[in-house]
Design a protein around this ligand. Structure first.
Ligand SMILES: Nc1ncnc2c1ncn2[C@@H]1O[C@H](COP(=O)(O)OP(=O)(O)OP(=O)(O)O)[C@@H](O)[C@H]1O
Ligand SMILES: [Mg+2]
Length: 182
C-alpha cells in the first residue's frame, strides 16, 4: 500500500522537478539489484552480463526502482525457476540495459497498453494475482524523464525490455584537475 501511494504520488508530480540529476554508477546499481533479486528468489536463475563503470546522469533511487520493476516483472511473468538474462553495455554512446525473460510474453493486442497506468494483462493477472499495474508506468516516467528510451519486444516464449540512458558527461575525473594549482 505504501508503495502504491508512493508510485501514484510520483506519477502525478512535475517530472522535471521530481527527478534528481547526478552521476550514478549504473553498472553497480544493476549488479546490486540483480543480486538483491537473486537472494530474495533463490529458485530464480538470473544471468548477468554487466559492463563495468557505466555512469549515467540520473536519480539513483528512481533508477533503482526502474531496474527493480523490470526484474520483478521478468520473474513474476515467468515460470518458477525461469531464466532471466540481464545485460548492460555501452551502445551508441548510451547505457543499454536489457532484461530478457522466457515467460508468458505479451500479446500484440496488449503491447500498446502495458505502459498505461493501472493496466494489467489478462494472463499476467492470472499467473500473478498481486499488482497494481503501475510498475512500467514508473519505468517509463523515470527513463523518459532522464532523456532515455524504453522499448519492448515480445516473442512467443517471453519478453525483452530495453532501457537506454544518456551517459553522464561528468563521470571521469581528469587527474590534471585534481593537482594543486602550481
Ligand atoms: N516481463 C513481462 N512478461 C509478460 N508480461 C509483462 C512483462 N512485464 C510486463 N508485462 C505486462 O504488462 C503489464 C503491466 O506491467 P506493470 O509492471 O506496469 O504492472 P504489474 O506488473 O501488473 O503490476 P505492478 O508492477 O504494479 O506490481 C502486466 O500486467 C503484464 O500484462
Ligand atoms: Mg510490474
Amino acid at each position: 500500500m505504501t508503495r502504491l501511494v508512493g508510485d501514484v504520488l510520483l506519477l502525478n508530480r512535475d517530472r522535471a522537478q521530481s527527478l534528481e540529476r547526478a552521476p550514478v554508477d549504473f553498472s553497480r546499481l544493476c549488479g546490486e539489484e540483480a543480486w538483491r533479486m537473486q537472494l530474495a528468489e533463490p529458485t530464480a536463475s538470473l544471468q548477468v552480463q554487466i559492463a563495468t563503470n557505466l555512469m549515467v546522469e540520473g536519480d539513483a533511487q528512481r533508477l533503482q526502482q526502474v531496474v527493480r520493476n523490470l526484474l520483478e516483472n521478468a520473474l513474476n511473468y515467468s515460470p518458477r525457476g525461469g531464466a532471466v538474462e540481464v545485460s548492460l553495455k555501452k551502445q551508441n554512446g548510451r547505457a543499454r540495459l536489457s532484461v530478457r525473460d522466457f515467460g508468458i510474453g505479451i500479446s500484440t493486442e496488449e503491447l500498446p497498453k502495458i505502459f498505461d497506468r493501472f493496466y494489467r494483462g489478462v494472463e499476467a493477472s492470472r499467473v500473478h494475482r498481486e499488482g497494481a499495474g503501475l510498475g512500467l508506468s514508473i519505468v517509463k516516467y523515470v527513463v523518459e524523464g532522464l532523456g532515455g528510451d524504453i522499448s519492448v519486444e515480445s516473442r512467443p516464449n517471453g519478453a525483452t525490455f530495453v532501457v537506454e540512458l544518456p551517459m553522464s558527461q561528468r563521470s571521469g575525473k581528469r587527474l590534471r584537475d585534481l593537482l594543486p594549482v602550481p
